[in-house]
Design a binder for this molecule. Structure first.
Ligand code: KIV
Length: 264
């Protein structure tokens, strides 16, 4: 099983081999995801909702992220480990971002993810030039849920779509290795993906992205809170968690997930 690296992600994009990503927060799940050959493991700050029971990601701390990153890193050999920088840990300055990104990398992350487009591009460049691979995150950015007025579909006007394309290009030019694009109509997913040359990993962003990501607790139907339309319950037709994760990988690679019922 060849290790997934930033360079490998780029090859996958060129080869049109869809990138599979799932959130992961502990060693048991990490071992299973590695067995199923999930390409990227995201220690997502959505753990604030699915593990800690909050109604947003805003209360997640660096200590939380370091703890869960360590747990995942111990049991992962193939998947690329991406650690989310939590709310308030990088927005102040590039210096603040590198201090916290360094902590996540020391805990076992191989890439960090942060939310925001043009406004974060200098910070992304600062991290990348100092040896820290970065994944951007645009569209619905959950850490800005209050500014956005809720978990709403983004990119609904031509101006908003152009802003997303400008944001994606700024992140690419700053050296980001990939971008997560969340909650936009299919056509916006396609336009953003076509506008740049790094992988765009969609969540509720339609089938035309370079890859897909879901929250593990959502797709296994463990999380009992409100589930967005873009989530598929992969446990429904599986007899084990491992089978459900394998079905996700198979469907993303085959282009059958997301289906029309998961799209906007
Ligand atoms: O924390 C998370 O689960 C995420 C996904 C929405 C990609 O950032």
């Amino acid at each position: 099983m060849a290790k997934v690296t930033s360079a490998r992600l780029q090859t996958m994009r060129v080869d049109k081999d869809p990138v599979t990503m799932l959130t992961c927060t502990d060693a048991s799940f990490a071992g299973m995801l590695d067995k199923a050959e999930v390409d990227m493991f995201l220690i997502g700050d959505s753990l604030g909702m699915v593990i800690q029971g909050d109604d947003s990601t805003l209360g997640v701390t660096m200590d939380d992220m370091v703890y869960h990153t360590r747990c995942v890193a111990k049991a992962t050999s193939r998947g690329l480990i991406v650690g989310d920088l939590p709310f308030g840990s990088y927005q102040k300055s590039p210096e603040q971002a590198i201090e916290n990104a360094t902590e996540l990398m020391a805990a076992g992350a191989q890439m960090v993810k942060l939310e925001g487009g043009v406004v974060m591009s200098d910070t992304v460049r600062f991290l990348v030039e100092r040896g820290i691979p970065v994944c951007g995150h645009i569209g619905l950015t959950p850490q800005s849920v209050h500014a956005l007025g809720g978990f709403k579909v983004q990119g609904k006007s031509e101006e908003a779509i152009n802003d997303l394309i400008v944001a994606a290009k700024a992140l690419e030019q700053s050296g980001a290795s990939a971008i997560v694009l969340e909650l936009v109509p299919n056509d916006v997913g396609r336009r953003v993906t076509d506008a740049i040359n790094i992988p765009v990993i969609g969540i509720g962003a339609g089938p035309y992205c370079s890859g897909q990501v879901l929250n593990l607790y959502d797709m296994l139907d463990i999380y009992q809170g409100r589930k967005p339309k873009f989530v598929k319950n992969f446990m429904a037709d599986s007899s084990s968690i491992l089978d459900a994760v394998k079905a996700y990988v198979t469907e993303v690679k085959a282009g059958t997930f997301p289906g029309p019922e998961h799209c906007f």
